[in-house]
Design a protein around this ligand. Structure first.
Ligand SMILES: [Zn+2]
Length: 244
C-alpha cells in the first residue's frame, strides 16, 4: 500500500479569533457578497490572505541543522516570484511563520490564522527530512497553506468518489487519525467562493495524491511535485505584483 499523505491544517484558536486576525491585518479579508447575496454564516466565509506587498517573516523555532533549514528555505522561495509578499527569514521568535522541524507532523496554519497561534509556538510543522522523497512536495504544500491556500482535494467541486470506510481504516492504522480528523482533512469541502476563485485542479500542489485503492477503483490523482500552473495563477491573483 502506498504511503498516505498526512498534512494537517492547523485550526485557529477559534473561528472568532481567525476572523478578527484576518480582518485586522487585511480588511480585504472581510466576506465579499454580491448584491442580493445572503450569507447566514459570515464568520466562516472570510479569506485569510496577507496584505499585498507585506513583509512575511519566517523563523525556525527549534534551531534545525543549517542544511535542513537551507533546504526548506530554497523550496519556500519557489513561491516568491509569483507573489507580491516579501519573504524574510529571521531569528525573531515572533515571526509570522514559525517552523518546527523537530516533529513527526506535517502541517500548517492557513494564511492569517498563523496570527492566532500563541507567541513562540509553531505555525508550521515539517517533519520530513530532505532525504525523504516527499520532502519537496511537503514543503511546497505547507507553505501554500501559509499563503492562505486550502487543500485542493477539499475544493467544493472536487467530487472525489472516495471509498470512505477504507480511508478511515487506513488513516486509523497508519497515523491513528480519528474519523473526525479524516473528515476534516479529506472529505469536508473547504473554502469560500472568494477563496476558491479557480476551478478544481487535480495537479495542484495542495492536492493529496489519491490512490485508486481509496476511491471507486478508477479515480486517482498522482503525485505532483511542482507548483501547478493554476497554483501560480491563484497566488498571483491573491498577491498581485503590480497593483500599487
Ligand atoms: Zn495540507
Amino acid at each position: 500500500m502506498r504511503k498516505l499523505s498526512s498534512c494537517i491544517t492547523l485550526k485557529p484558536a477559534s473561528e472568532e479569533a481567525s476572523y478578527e486576525a484576518a480582518i485586522k491585518v487585511n480588511p480585504n479579508n472581510a466576506p465579499k457578497r454580491s448584491p442580493g447575496e445572503f450569507s447566514i454564516n459570515a464568520v466562516a466565509s472570510h479569506t485569510k490572505l496577507w496584505p499585498e506587498h507585506r513583509w512575511l517573516t519566517i523563523s525556525f523555532v527549534d534551531n534545525p541543522p543549517t542544511a535542513l533549514q537551507d533546504a526548506i528555505e530554497q523550496l519556500i522561495w519557489q513561491w516568491d516570484p509569483h507573489v507580491s509578499l516579501i519573504f524574510g527569514v529571521s531569528k525573531d521568535a515572533n515571526a509570522d511563520i514559525r517552523i518546527s522541524t523537530n516533529t513527526t507532523l506535517n502541517g500548517s496554519s492557513i494564511g492569517t490564522d498563523a496570527l492566532t497561534v500563541e507567541a513562540g509556538e509553531p505555525t508550521m510543522y515539517i517533519g520530513l527530512k530532505p532525504s525523504d522523497p516527499d520532502f519537496k512536495v511537503t514543503v511546497l504544500h505547507e507553505f501554500g497553506h501559509a499563503l492562505g491556500l486550502e487543500h485542493e482535494h477539499q475544493h467544493p467541486h472536487a467530487n472525489i468518489p472516495w471509498n470512505k470506510p477504507k480511508v478511515y481504516k487506513a488513516y486509523a492504522a497508519q497515523f491513528g487519525w480519528t474519523k473526525e480528523l479524516v473528515d476534516d482533512q479529506l472529505f469536508t469541502p473547504k473554502g469560500t467562493d472568494s477563496l476558491r476563485i479557480a476551478p478544481y485542479d487535480k495537479t495542484s500542489i495542495m492536492h493529496y495524491p489519491v490512490d485508486k485503492e481509496f476511491t471507486d477503483g478508477i479515480w486517482e490523482v498522482g503525485t505532483y511535485t511542482e507548483l501547478s500552473e493554476q497554483d501560480i495563477t491563484s497566488v498571483g491573483e491573491f498577491y498581485p505584483k503590480n497593483n500599487y
